[in-house]
Design a protein around this ligand. Structure first.
Ligand SMILES: Nc1ncnc2c1ncn2[C@@H]1O[C@H](COP(=O)(O)OP(=O)(O)OP(=O)(O)O)[C@@H](O)[C@H]1O
Ligand SMILES: [Mg+2]
Length: 357
């Protein structure tokens, strides 16, 4: 989607979690993230000065990546922005994300920069990602012509089809002097895992920066509760909510929606997982083999940074690496290198995040 003037602010058409910023009782509530908003604004200022910027906003599921980008766009009224997103079910569709970008540009500026030759019509699965990348770069550069700067957002890069990810990397690497800001959202570590090229680019290219989102601070969580009308929660209950959710706003808001003040207080230190998330996780858990399922359960008991060996012992899993890989494929665990023990991996809750009890 492209906003060409202040009449159609990007915020109204952003595919973010809560839709637009329409005011009224169902209004979007956003708290905190000032350093990240400042970083995005600084990147925009650099882009406006002709230093193209590529920002990867990463973090676990529900931590607030989309919300942050939406808030940034809301604050930049009139800034042209096009938005595309990776989708798990479409990850095998070659150039699906690039096609989306191309269609968004065409829809928003009919008659302007035509869709690149390679992208006209149906997706061409055999096209060379680098050639398509060259066209994507031209498409992106064309956005800035009539405006001072443009923003291109690609949501959920971890689910982008590989040819699109390659083409986008190629395009990013060739931005030079463009008044363009590219913003990618991705699950923790996913951008670097796309390919060595992506890892190198975000690790060392002067145009690239990574914003890693952690949980909301306890004070921000208190503010969030207040903004949601939950002003009577005690400091103790707020502390338990912060501990239990790790400041993950998706988890916190799900619990706040499901439980009254009294119910939250009564649960004390043993807050349960939100039912809305449990109903997403349990069917996925049921599809796993027994060893993989037991490993997920053991990891959820031990917490986010338990070594794989400990989780495997608790689960009685003889082949923990295979079980971890199955759980990773189901999006239930995320293996990370154990900083304390090189070579060992740490299973952490992946999607949705947080500890299951
Ligand atoms: N800063 C914030 N203030 C208030 N609510 C927030 C904030 N960040 C996120 N939320 C809420 O948390 C929920 C999850 O946020 P969001 O969809 O932005 O997460 P995400 O990181 O993009 O997740 P995913 O990886 O699944 O795309 C939403 O309901 C959103 O409104
Ligand atoms: Mg998101």
């Amino acid at each position: 989607m492209l906003t060409t003037d202040a009449d159609q602010p990007a915020r109204d058409r952003f595919s973010g979690p809560d839709g637009g910023d329409r005011g009224g009782p169902g209004a979007r509530v956003f708290v905190g993230r000032q350093p990240e908003l400042d970083a995005l604004e600084a990147a925009l200022a650099a882009a406006r000065a002709g230093e193209p910027q590529v920002i990867v906003v990463q973090g676990e599921a529900g931590i607030g990546k989309s919300s942050l980008v939406l808030e940034f766009l809301v604050r930049q009224r009139g800034l042209p922005a096009i938005v595309a997103s990776g989708e798990q079910a479409e990850a095998a569709m070659p150039f699906g994300v690039v096609q989306q970008l191309s269609a968004e540009v065409a829809a928003a500026s009919p008659g302007a920069a035509a869709a690149p030759d390679l992208l006209v019509g149906d997706p061409c699965p055999d096209a060379d990602p680098l050639a398509v990348g060259g066209e994507v770069r031209a498409l992106i550069s064309g956005l800035q012509r009539r405006q001072a700067a443009a923003v291109v957002v690609v949501e959920d890069l971890q689910w982008a089809d590989l040819p699109s990810a390659q083409a986008l990397l190629f395009a990013c690497r060739r931005l030079g002097g463009d008044r363009v800001m590219m913003v990618f959202t991705a699950r923790r570590g996913a951008a670097a895992e796309l390919s060595e090229g992506w890892a190198r680019f975000i690790g060392s290219d002067r145009r690239a920066s990574v914003l890693t989102l952690g949980g909301l601070a306890p004070g921000e969580l208190r503010l969030l509760c207040g903004r949601l009308g939950r002003t009577a929660l005690s400091a103790r209950t707020l502390g338990q909510l912060a501990d239990h959710t790790g400041g993950n706003p998706l988890l916190a808001r799900a619990l706040l929606e499901e439980l009254t003040d009294e119910e939250l207080t009564a649960q004390g230190d043993f807050l349960r997982a939100p039912r809305s998330l449990a109903s997403l996780i349990l069917p996925r858990l049921a599809t796993l083999s027994r060893p993989a399922r037991d490993l997920v359960i053991a990891a959820s008991v031990l917490g986010d940074s338990a070594p794989l060996a400990d989780a495997a012992q608790l689960a009685g899993t003889a082949k923990p690496v295979a079980a971890l890989e199955k759980a990773e494929r189901a999006g239930l665990l995320l293996g990370r290198e154990n900083p304390g023990r090189p070579g060992d991996r740490v299973p952490a809750a992946a999607d949705p995040p947080g500890h299951l009890r």
